[in-house]
Design a protein around this ligand. Structure first.
Ligand code: PEP
Length: 268
């Protein structure tokens, strides 16, 4: 029997300077402490410049929220102006690093190979990569969703020297659902998550049953519980709603309620 704890990560993107970040995470800590969210792993991904301040607040408030980075360099050190190495993030207390978010793929030309090298660097540097995959609206309309997901995930896993499910998270984020207000249905999220787990079985074998697969795309407090109800969806990657402590707490609460009501914690 294996267990997969639900995981909810908030991606703040290019929002909040370090002063605003302190306000947001302080309110979040207060709200989470007052909410019934035991059993759910939670993390926030502020901009790099906020990480130290956010980490100090989390430590002072003694609230169990993981620090997440939105991106990292594929390089460990050297003459790469403007880059941030995973070891630097790890030293700041970062646990998870997003690898290949669709906005990095789209606006910063991250291809599958770069995502694979980044995921490998994240593991080398002591953090857990959250490999983001997802099809565009056109790819979906052309019936190519599975082809795209398989290509993206296989490439990312191919870059890892040992594939240990506990040190890896996969996020299914259909590009058409990100920031559009048009979330995937729980059925679509489950179909994609189950497909991705199947693809992961190649390199991971039975370890794929321990792999956490998240869904992301227009998640809010109203749809969070429904989206994690299916078997293969183990949590959520949240953008817009994570910029409000109230809305993000509602998402985490929705996940906790779902797991409690279905008595599926821990989940197989
Ligand atoms: C994201 O950027 O990862 C995301 C899921 O954004 P949103 O929740 O705003 O759709």
């Amino acid at each position: 029997m294996t267990s997969r704890r639900p995981l909810v990560l908030g991606n703040w993107k290019l929002n909040c300077d370090h002063v605003q970040a302190v306000h947001l995470v302080t309110e979040l800590a207060l709200r989470l402490r007052g909410a019934d969210v035991g059993g759910v792993d939670v993390g926030v991904a502020p901009p790099f410049t906020d990480l130290r301040s956010v980490s100090s607040v989390l430590e002072a408030e003694q609230v169990d929220v993981a620090l997440v980075a939105q991106h990292a360099s594929e390089h460990d050190e050297g003459a790469f102006t403007g880059e941030v190495a995973v070891s630097m993030l790890h030293r700041l207390g970062v646990t998870y690093v997003l690898a290949g978010h669709s906005e990095r793929r789209r606006y910063f030309h991250m291809d599958d190979e770069t995502v694979a090298r980044t995921a490998a660097a994240v593991r080398r540097g002591g953090c857990v990569p959250v490999v983001c995959v997802g099809e565009t609206a056109d790819e979906r309309e052309e019936g190519r969703t599975e082809e795209v997901l398989e290509r993206q995930l296989r490439a990312a896993l191919g870059g890892l020297d040992d594939v240990d499910a506990e040190r890896l998270v996969v996020a299914y984020e259909p590009v058409w659902a990100i920031g559009t207000g048009q979330s995937a249905t729980p059925e679509d999220a489950e179909a994609a998550a189950s497909f991705l787990r199947g693809v992961a079985k190649g390199p991971l074998g039975d370890g794929a049953d321990r792999l956490r697969v998240l869904y992301g795309g227009s998640v809010d407090g109203d749809n969070a519980g429904d989206l994690v109800a299916p078997d293969d969806v183990d949590g959520l990657l949240v953008g817009g709603a994570s910029l409000s402590a109230q809305a993000f707490t509602a998402v985490v609460t929705g996940v906790a309620d779902c797991y409690r009501s279905r008595a599926r914690s821990p989940r197989r």
